[in-house]
Write a protein that binds this ligand. Sequence first.
Ligand code: HEM
Ligand code: HEM
Length: 301
Amino acid sequence: MHRFAIFTAGITLVLIVAGALVTSNDAGLSVPDWPTTFGSFYKMPQMVGGIKYEHGHRMVAEFVGLLTIVLAVWTWRVEKRRWLKLLGLAALGTVITQGILGGLTVLFFLPPAISSAHAAVAQTFFCIAVAIAVFTGRRWVEEQPRVELDVRRPTLFTLTLLSIFVLYVQLILGAMFRHNGLGWWPHVVHAGVVAIVLSWTAIRAISVYPNVEAVKRPAIAMLSLMVAQLCLGFLAFITRVMWGKDAAQPELPMVISTVVHVAVGALLLATTVVLAIQVWRHVPVSFEERVAGREQKAVAV
Ligand code: HEM
Ligand code: HEM
């Protein structure tokens, strides 16, 4: 099941690239109907022009939908942890919502709000698939967590949650710009906030817990991906905003840089979620403090 979950997460990343190709190639309305494609549920259209991106994206999406159904049923039948069964169902609910948003954005001619929601839910689904892969791994199931006490304020766990939050804001600002609902500057300015919060989180994790591999590894990955993402952001900016302003049609450098920027954005968000999960497990301060606090109260009573 772990291998299957990894496979599902991997194909989801491919799907995010396929979706980003639709947007970057301006191919969103090449197939004008939904849930049918040119009036048919099964006939393959001629894969030419924008249709190859739009219909190709739908086919990969259907495959991921199928994988998610299998994963949810499988988890439900063999898994003992109830919360993980529920996470399997949550994945299924998310992929269905995502499919409907994809259809609605076509039916309503790509309104910025729906297209941006479709972009944000895509990455949320990817994070759930990655989390299921982590939770079903042998290491997660068998290892004895190395627990350390976090006495600093804000706690590292709070910092990881803050990182996820600022990344979501960044994702929505980027998507709103990409789908013509907002200017570019809120996204670019907020990139500074993302850089500060993520660096703070990563440096804290790496410097205070250098011996907790499960925390150190995703923290290093998060920092590296963030640096790569900032560089890709500048490339996307140059090709889309500066050079692409008067382009008659999507140019290859713009397509490549924006698609890679979307994909690395998804990887960065998922890595940050993994870091939060590992910090929750290995540095569970707030929980210990809550217990200690409760015990003190009980003694006082
Ligand atoms: C598992 C399901 C799906 C996932 C994970 C997914 C993911 C994505 C992603 C990541 C993008 C790019 C967003 C961006 O670059 O800002 C996208 C675009 C798009 N997707 Fe999907 N998608 C899914 C299902 C569907 C379905 C079923 C349709 C049905 C028509 C669809 C239609 C579209 C369209 C039209 C766009 C382009 C939107 C635009 O240019 O404004 N998607 N998708
Ligand atoms: C770590 C910081 C950053 C993150 C996490 C990030 C993330 C993203 C994401 C996820 C999208 C696409 C949203 C979607 O799926 O529709 C996006 C779009 C974009 N980002 Fe960033 N970004 C970052 C930094 C930057 C920087 C520093 C710049 C420019 C100087 C930049 C320029 C852009 C541009 C121009 C787009 C739209 C591309 C298009 O119109 O096709 N980003 N960003």
